[in-house]
Structure formats: structure tokens, C-alpha cells
Design a binder for this molecule. Sequence first.
Ligand code: SAM
Ligand code: DTB
Ligand code: SF4
Length: 345
Amino acid sequence: MLRPARQPTEPAQMTLETLTAPRISTVASPSQKSNEWTAAQARALFELPFADLIFRAQTVHRAHFDANEVQMSTLLSIKTGGCPEDCGYCSQSSKFDTGLKATKLMALQEVIQAAAAAKAGGASRFCMGAAWREPKDRDIDVLCDMIREVKAQGLETCMTLGMLTERQAKRLAEAGLEYYNHNIDTGPEYYEKIVTTRTMQDRLDTLSHVRDAGMAVCCGGIVGMGETNDDRISMLVTLANLPKHPESVPINALMQVKGTPLGTSTPIEGFDFVRTVATARIMMPTSVVRLSAGREHMSEELQALCFLAGANSIFIGPKLLTTANPAKEKDDALWSKLGIRPMDV
Ligand code: SAM
Ligand code: DTB
Ligand code: SF4
């Protein structure tokens, strides 16, 4: 019923039920875990004929979401540049000469003003990012004030501050922080080519502190860093096999930054980007999948394919953290052409 009649290139045993087994079987049989994806299963999805992959992603998407609703967040860099980490994609690392001016932690009042502007621009969530390896304990009080003030404006809150200790995660959660963004960036096999100053395990430890503190997890990665489709699949398997699926899964297309080691890497092919989104949608059916960095360089048609593939969250506003995002007028015109509405929260 959910399958198209003929799927000649597909392995015989790969039915919709097996390919989406984690979610569907959880309902059918409580012993089936939603986090036991193998690379072979994920690859079988990723490599489906394009129309079959999109059909499946749409089917899964529509089983869990209104397909015309997109959640909209706005980003603010509350502490820019001067970061000691060596993430090879990042404009904010002090290891690379990107010409970015480092700042101190932003004053509370400025954050409040930016949140009000984000709300007026149509965002339902406000995501505050800091170019830190990890926050210092002495910063936590003012971060908690920021959380309280942004929430007081009727916005959901998200922060991305680097690694957190158990106690720091608890304090942010107690202040009311709803989401914490901490990406795995890429698959485990490619990871050391991108970052050497923190390990994948460091990242997983922070994610478990965030979970234990009761916050929702926003965790995804970046594509277009010279990785292969197998690395992309491996990243998705790592995400989908976390003890609980992240509530939000950002798929960033690398924003190339001059002066970084990845400033001239080969961009991801558009269809492979859409395949990554669709596979994420099928593997993590109830997660919100974010068409994250990179929209600035995507055509309207490519973005529309991503929404068809199950992306249902974006950043709005003309700036991400340090790089560009589409202007409001351009985005509003696209929502109108596609009949997209903001998701109620
Ligand atoms: N410093 C903190 C950390 O790295 O954990 C938080 C801020 S960091 C900028 C947040 C995430 O943005 C990174 O983990 C990475 O996945 C993404 N990101 C950073 N630079 C990017 C770029 N040039 N293109 C796409 N995504 C990027
Ligand atoms: C995420 O996955 N993407 C956002 C957010 N989480 C913090 C950041 C994108 C940053 C793009 C590069 C920049 O603007 O500096
Ligand atoms: Fe620092 Fe975060 Fe950029 Fe890495 S991604 S260099 S940790 S700001």
C-alpha cells in the first residue's frame, strides 16, 4: 500500500517496513529498538532511485508532521571568534586567519533586543551561539539570565556553547533552556580530518549530559567538506543510533570560509544533499530535520526538493553566526510559492 508497485533496483528484502523498521516496528513490537541502524540499511536507503527515496521520505514525513509546516529559528552569535579549537570549516577558530574580529560575550541588553527582532521577523526559537571550546563556570549566571529574558519574550531557547559538564548542563536546563545544539559534524571515520582538538567521544559525552539534564538535543553535522557518501551515511547512522534520536537534526551545507582549511573544498552535489536529508528523515522519523547552513547558495528548486525530502526546519534572518543567510523578502517569496507555513510551537 505504501510501496510503489515496482522497484526493480531494490534488494528484495528491503520493504518499506524493513527500511523504516526502527520506528514502525517500535509500535508493532516493543522489543525492536529505534537505534539499531546498520550502515548497509542506511546505504540501501541513500542509494534508492531518487523518486523512490523521495516517496518514502514524504510518506514517513506525512505520517508524523504537517508537510507544509516548517519550524523557523533565528541565530545570534553572542560571542564571536577567538576560539581555541581547530574545526577546519570554522570562521571563528583562532588557528586560521579568516579576518574575523573576535568579541567578548555580548551584553544581556543586546541579546534581548536581538531576540525581540527575531520574534518580529517570525522566528519561534532563538538560538544563541558562542565561539567557545566550553563555557567557563563564571559565564553560566549571565547565560541563565539570557535564557530567562529570551523566554520571557515568548520564544523557545536554544544555545550552542561547546562542550558542557554535567553540572553546567543542569544549570542551563534549570534556567529553562529547551534545546542544546552540539553537532557530531561528520561520520566517525572522517572526523579526524576535520577536527583534532576534541574527539567524537567528547561530543557524545556532552550530548549525554544534555539529555540527562532533560533538554532537547539538536545534533547534526556538515556536508560538503570533501567527505564521501559513505561518510555521510556513517554520520546519519551515528545520529540515528544515539540512545534517543535528537529532537532536531541540522544538516548544514558547508559555508566555505576563506582562510580555513576547507575554504576551497568541493561543494556537495545537490542531489546528494537531498539524499542526505531524505535518508535522515526516514531514519529519524519524528525528529525535526533542519535545512541549516547553506541555503544562501541554494536555488529555490533545491530548497523545495529538500522540503519534499522531509526537511521541516530552517534558520531565518540574514545572518547565521558569521556567514550569510537569505534575506527575509527572498524567503517570504519562497514560502508563498511553496505554500509553506511556520510551524506552531
Ligand atoms: N563553538 C561551539 C561548538 O562548536 O560546539 C558552538 C558554535 S559552532 C559554530 C556550531 C556548529 O556550527 C558547528 O558544530 C558546526 O557544525 C556548524 N558550523 C560552523 N561553521 C560552519 C560552516 N562554515 N558551515 C557550516 N556549518 C558550520
Ligand atoms: C548548526 O548546526 N548550524 C548553525 C547552528 N547549528 C549553530 C550554525 C551554522 C554556522 C554557519 C557558519 C557561520 O555562520 O559562522
Ligand atoms: Fe570553535 Fe565551535 Fe568554531 Fe569549532 S565550530 S572552532 S568549537 S566556534
